[in-house]
Every structure is written in C-alpha cells, then in structure tokens.
Write a protein that binds this ligand. Structure first.
Ligand code: ZN
Length: 405
C-alpha cells in the first residue's frame, strides 16, 4: 500500500477553531454542537469546549473534503472550443489545467485521483508546493492501453509499468476493454496478470477500466479497483467483493456532460461524427443506473465515488452524488462515505484523509443544507479547507442560515 506524502504546509501553526452544529465524521456518524481544533495542517481535537472560535459554521453541514477516485484533471477543450483531450504542454493549456484544479477544489473535492496524463505531474507538484490552488492529486501518468497483442509481451508490459512509476505515477491505470457496447477484452489474462503483478511489486495500485468479461479478468489479475464495470455478472461482482477490490461505477455525470457539450465533442477522436450520434449515449444512462442498482445488492461490495470528470465537468463533480442518490437509490450517507472514508481507504490514505478525527489532515468542507434531506445541497459548498488552509469561506451566501444553539 502506498501512502503519498501530504506536503502542504500552511504558514500558520496557531490553533484554529471551527464551530459546527452538524458534523459528518466521514464514516457515517453525525456529531452535534461541537468544535474542531486544527493546528497546522491537521485536526488535533474535537472538543465542544474549545475556544475562542475562529470560524462559526453553525447552521451548515460540515464534513471531510470529498475524494474523487476518477478524474482527468488535464482534459480540456482546445483553442477551437472543441474537445482537446489531455496532455497538452502549451502555456495556454497549463492555465486551463490550473483552472480545472481550482474549480475542483472549490467545489469541495480536496483529493482527486487523475487517470491520467503526463501533464498531471507538474500540476500535482505545483499544487503540492503551494504555487497553485487545487486538490491533492494522485496521478497514473500515462495509462496502459490494451490493444491485444500490440499491448506487448508480459515482460514489455512490466517494463511499461516501471516506466510510469519512474515518471512519477502514484498508481497505474489500465484499459482492458473499450466500452459497454464493445466490451471484448483488449488484453489477455497473462497481460493483465503481468501489469497488476508488476504494479503490486512496486507498491502501486492498479485501476482497470473494464466492461463485461474484462471485469472478471481484471479481478483475477488482482487489480485494486475496477472502473465502470458495466456488463459484469452478479458472480463477477461477488468475486470483486470477496477479494476486497473496489468498484467505481458512474451514475450519469460523464454522459450528461457529453450531451451538454456535444457540439464540443462531436467529430473529435472516439466521439460520434454527427450530433445525432449522441442519441446512443443517452440510451447508456439507464444501463449505468441499472448496473449501480445491481452492484448495491451485492453484500460487502465496496463502491467508491469516481466521476470520470473531464473537459466540461471539472468543478461539477458533485452532480454525480445527485445522480447516484436520485437515480440509483444510493443512501445519501453512503454516497458521502464513498467519497470520504471509503474513498480514502481505496487510495491507501485512510490514516490521513476522508474522516474528521484527531491526527487527520484538516480537509473540511461545509454545505449550506443537509444532503441527507436534500442531496442537491452538495451543489452548495460554502467553505473549503484543505490541509488547514482555507480556500473558500462564503458565509454571506448563507441566506437561510440559522444557528441551532
Ligand atoms: Zn476516465
């Protein structure tokens, strides 16, 4: 298990005290009328008697910053306004990457896993140095794209995995199938075994983009997490659960975003060549909903939160919570946990992020509203602290604010 260092070091190391009437601890517990004491980058105490209060967040719902397990933080629209993909190295692109990072953090996402592009590396490092505003980023650098025999021999695949580690990868991303409609595996079992085994030897996790039969193959290969997963059978899902592998399905944001921005995606590589072609995407949305409903019935299956945020959806990651709760019947607290303690566990960082307790990173967000009663409250993030540093504090937007004591 790799535990990436959290390098953010805020200037101030005096105690900062946050008062709250409702606190979700990230693990499913709700605390009332308490105070969170922060020193430097960490939470040092939960103490209702601590004072004086620096930030009064009573009337809001305070919780750990969210973790998005699947984004493409450097995927942008190009100069012509069309889908530009990821991995540009121009100054202009760098500005857009910085903006993607900033809006993601301000939307309440204090940690994201980007899967991935070489352009993620300088962005991640600049944020860690405090030069840019953004979430903590973990990146796969370049993915391993299954292309049948052309993917390489097992030895070549092992060398490729090592090269990503050398390029700064925090994890390895693997494509083992194309899409839900073309779900034939694009790698052999031996190729997948080699990729997952080599990553494990290097202490890196493996996230495998898989549909249909590739889901079971990736599971047998000992991957860490399955991305998407549509087409897996109940038996496949039970196997995932029995091996403690995480599942990261999507409930809609990625498709909604393509439809919302279809003029920008049309005719670009891998996307329909006509606007009419996007109608087939609309039909996929209920298939994804049904898959999540299927997965929810599997006892012990660990479902994490990943949005597949790309050009057009950076900063709107929380829409996926609404889709999951409204369209798939996920319990709102379970949806929060999937992006908090469970998400942190999936990254091997449960001892650092994803919950509110002494010793944890001070990653706190506050919502104007109660997501357990109205999941659209996830759109109203009015306070963001990452590693003890406040990036957003908009008490004036809290028109309906009331104090409970
Ligand atoms: Zn993706």
């Amino acid at each position: 298990m790799i535990v990436p260092a959290c390098t953010q070091t805020p200037a101030q190391s005096r105690r900062v005290i946050v008062s709250a009437s409702t606190v979700f601890d990230g693990k499913g517990h709700v605390l009332h009328n308490t105070r969170i004491v922060i020193q430097g980058s960490k939470i040092v105490a939960i103490d209702p008697k601590a004072g004086p209060v620096d930030y009064d967040l009573r009337g809001l719902t305070v919780m750990p910053g969210w973790i998005d397990a699947h984004v493409h933080i450097t995927w942008i629209f190009g100069k012509d306004g069309k889908n530009g993909g990821a991995g540009w190295t121009t100054n202009e692109a760098a500005g857009q990457y910085a903006n993607n990072a900033r809006v993601t953090l301000l939307a309440g996402f204090t940690t994201v896993q980007s899967v991935g592009s070489v352009a993620d590396v300088p962005l991640r490092d600049a944020i860690n140095r405090g030069e840019l505003v953004g979430p903590r980023i973990l990146t796969s650098v370049q993915p391993l794209s299954g292309q049948g025999d052309k993917t390489g021999t097992p030895d070549e695949i092992r060398a490729y995995v090592r090269s990503q580690k050398n390029a700064g990868a925090d994890l390895i991303k693997i494509f083992a199938a194309a899409s839900p409609t073309r779900s034939a595996p694009t790698m052999s079992q031996a190729q997948l075994d080699a990729a997952c085994d080599e990553a494990k030897k290097l202490g890196l996790r493996t996230l495998v983009h898989a549909y249909g039969p590739a889901v079971k193959m990736a599971t047998l290969a000992g991957c860490s997490e399955i991305e998407h997963g549509v087409g897996a059978s109940d038996d496949d899902l039970k196997l995932i659960a029995s091996k403690g592998i995480y599942l990261d399905p999507q409930a809609g944001l990625v498709w909604e975003n393509y439809l919302l921005n279809k003029e920008k995606f049309v005719g670009t590589p891998f996307y329909p060549s006509t606007l009419e072609g996007f109608a087939s995407m609309e039909k996929l949305i209920p298939i994804y909903h049904d898959f999540i409903k299927q997965a929810l019935k599997i006892p012990g299956l660990k479902i994490v939160f990943g949005t597949d945020a790309l050009a057009g959806s950076h900063g709107r990651n929380a829409e996926e919570f609404i889709d999951r709760v409204r369209d798939c019947g996920i319990d709102p607290m379970a949806a929060m946990i999937s992006a908090q303690s469970l998400g942190a566990e999936s990254l091997g960082m449960a001892d650092q992020i994803g919950s509110i307790a002494p010793g944890m990173q001070a990653d706190l967000i506050a919502l104007d509203g109660d997501p357990l009663k109205d999941i659209t409250a996830v759109r109203r993030v009015v306070f963001v602290m990452k590693g003890g540093v406040i990036y957003k504090n908009e008490p004036r937007t809290i028109g309906s604010r009331k104090t409970d004591d």
